[in-house]
Design a protein around this ligand. Structure first.
Ligand SMILES: N[C@@H](CCC(=O)N[C@@H](CS)C(=O)NCC(=O)O)C(=O)O
Length: 218
């Protein structure tokens, strides 16, 4: 053991935002690739610690297992006050928390359904309809967020001096189906912020590793 937290992740998956959080916080971590879609030693190890077999899963140096990307980001914020988002006394904190939870609570579960659609319904018609329904819901969620936040051009999502965990999440999640062009049609300001995060020098290599030009999700 290196004494660092061990992150179980997968290329192009939700673990990317946690890696970005570690980088922005300046905290070291070890990484195991454990794609839920491919047999591997990492996946076998993941199954032993997370019965839902989801990434990200984080094992802390004391052996504590964490699931839920937002919990990991908040854990990092606790350890690195002033990084990744407004602190408890900042007036922007309530809005930050609202949208920080909204992304994994309202949008991410749509991928739990669509990525393994055969677990929910069977038959070509039903699976096609359900997948389309998830896209409709994802777009509605982005549209609601855009209408509420009205992102200002050239700023981070909440107008904070530095980017926050919220900016990192939207950079990652707008890469997923139905992807940026479709999301831009309902949430142009959010996609503009995501594109700004793409080019942040602290995380540009990370995004390139997770989302190379050939990246395609399910
Ligand atoms: N609520 C979890 C969702 C994690 C999640 O759904 N991860 C996907 C990969 S992006 C996964 O592991 N899917 C496999 C499955 O749900 O069986 C979080 O925010 O971390």
């Amino acid at each position: 053991m290196s004494g660092k937290p061990m992150l179980y992740g997968a290329t192009g998956c939700g673990s990317a935002v946690v890696e970005a959080g570690f980088i922005l916080a300046g905290e070291g971590y070890d990484y195991v690739e454990a794609s839920p879609w491919e047999p591997s030693d990492g996946l076998t190890a993941l199954k032993a610690i997370n019965p839902l077999v989801q990434v990200p899963t984080l094992v802390l140096p004391d052996g504590t297992v964490m699931t839920e990307s937002v919990a990991m980001l908040l854990w990092l914020m606790d350890r690195h006050p002033g990084r990744l988002g407004p602190g408890p006394s900042d007036p922007a904190r309530a809005s930050f928390l609202r949208w920080l939870v909204y992304l994994p609570a309202a949008i991410y579960p749509m991928y739990t359904v669509r990525d393994f659609v055969d677990q929910w319904v069977s038959g070509e018609k039903a699976t096609g309809e359900l997948k389309q329904s998830t896209v409709n819901r994802i777009l509605l969620c982005w549209k609601n967020m855009e209408a509420a936040l009205k992102p200002a051009p050239g700023a981070w999502l909440l107008g904070t001096p530095d980017l926050t965990a919220l900016d990192l999440y939207i950079c990652m999640m707008t890469r997923w189906t139905p992807r940026r062009d479709a999301i831009r049609a309902v949430a142009p300001g959010i996609v503009a912020v995501a594109e700004r995060v793409d080019h942040d020098p602290r995380v540009v290599d990370l995004w390139q590793r997770h989302f190379p030009d050939a990246y395609k999700d399910l």
